[in-house]
Write a protein that binds this ligand. Structure first.
Ligand SMILES: C=C(O[C@@H]1C=C(C(=O)O)C=C[C@H]1O)C(=O)O
Length: 363
């Protein structure tokens, strides 16, 4: 016989001791965060306690220090929740997101702010913008680009009319599943509901497995999941949150055509976020419609050796300029070489709007 029972008991005792330590330490940490909030209120009674750059630094430090065996990201997720709970003690962050409940955007909002944030679903992207502008919430979360399907134009267009800035970004791996209800006749699925983007991301899988099923596009994956509950011959393509919300079963998992399928979301708000050490800046630039305009615009970035991470062209809606460029690059507008580039771009462009500098997504 082995001495396993004794070991097991010793280990469990040790786990209990460690849990007591962890409990004491988390409480002490929450007390510190509470004191930070008091100081912030003394300095400014209207202060927003949430600091995107500080949270990014905390998470990056944890990932750097993490000795294992837990994965760095896993550890950061635990700390994400601790910070979220500490902050909620004083002032839960209120976040509007592109709904309905159960969408990937809600998942992104909770990934970024933690489960203690108060998240409110909005029916459309411009409603998310309006809610933040009206001050009804602290931040908004909207999708901006998908690695398979490209840019979400509606979000870019909303920035053209808005005074809000970008305060953060979050990238989510998107896994789609084929979902059915208890009442669905699995061998008789003749209709599949989903959002058009999701259909596009699962096109090959659907062609191979359900070539004859009718594909019905709806306004969100969550709406697709809801509809499945009402029809015995239908299935939905949606993610984990929608499956959980509507209590559906996954009959095929991760059916997206590309395994690295991911969506980038932006956090929008009223804050000018200070430097975190690893930042990005987004600008929108209107150029005069003349030969070499794009080259003139990009040349200063090349000369100052600033990394561009994204470049999108959108037709301008003002009619004066023919098109505008959305540019993302590495660096913060408070860094001298970034402000030097921005100065040069201002001289060359018809109009430049800095949408914000923000910490690069950590999780
Ligand atoms: C405690 C602070 O306030 C909030 C809570 C944080 C935390 O729990 O670590 C970090 C940043 C802020 O969102 C702070 O600014 O340091």
């Amino acid at each position: 016989m082995s001495d396993a029972p004794i070991n097991l008991e010793t280990l469990r005792q040790r786990i209990d001791e460690l849990d007591s330590d962890i409990l004491r330490l988390i409480s002490e940490r929450a007390e510190c965060a509470r004191r930070v909030a008091e100081i912030k209120t003394q300095e400014d009674p209207q202060a927003v306690f949430y600091r995107p750059e500080r949270e990014a630094q905390v998470l990056r430090r944890i990932m750097e220090l993490n000795p294992g065996p837990l994965d760095g990201e896993e550890m950061a997720r635990l700390f994400r929740e601790i910070m979220s709970a500490c902050l909620a003690l004083e002032q839960p962050v209120k976040v509007a997101y592109l709904g309905p409940e159960g969408t990937f955007t809600q998942q992104a909002a909770l990934k970024h702010f933690g489960e203690s944030a108060v998240s409110l679903p909005m029916a459309a992207i411009d409603e998310v913008f309006r809610e933040v502008e009206a001050g009804a919430v602290n931040y908004g979360v909207v999708p901006v680009e998908n690695s398979t399907e490209g840019v979400i134009n509606h979000t870019l267009d909303s920035f053209m009319d808005s005074g809000l800035s970008i305060c953060g970004e979050v990238v989510l791996r998107i896994h789609h599943h084929l979902l059915v209800a208890d009442t669905t006749r699995r061998d008789k699925v003749s209709r599949i509901y989903s959002h058009p983007q999701s259909f596009a991301q699962c096109r090959k899988w659907l062609d191979a497995h359900y070539p004859h099923a009718e594909r019905v596009p709806v306004s969100s994956n969550a709406e697709a999941a809801r509809l499945v509950k009402t029809e015995w011959h239908s299935a939905a393509i949606a993610g984990d949150m929608a499956a959980k919300l509507y209590d559906l079963t996954r009959i095929a998992e991760k059916i997206e055509d590309r395994p690295d399928n991911s969506t980038r979301f932006l956090i929008i708000g009223n804050q000018d976020v200070p430097m975190s050490g690893e930042d990005k800046t987004s600008i929108v630039v209107a150029m005069r419609n003349q030969p070499g305009a794009l080259h003139d615009l990009l040349e200063p970035f090349h000369r100052h050796q600033i990394d561009l991470t994204r470049l999108e062209t959108r037709p301008s809606r003002s009619g004066v300029w023919n098109y505008v460029f959305f540019i993302d690059f590495k660096g913060h507008h408070d860094e001298p070489r970034v402000s030097a580039v921005l100065e040069e771009v201002r001289l060359r462009a018809a109009e430049v709007k800095v949408l914000g500098s923000f910490p690069q997504g950590v999780l």
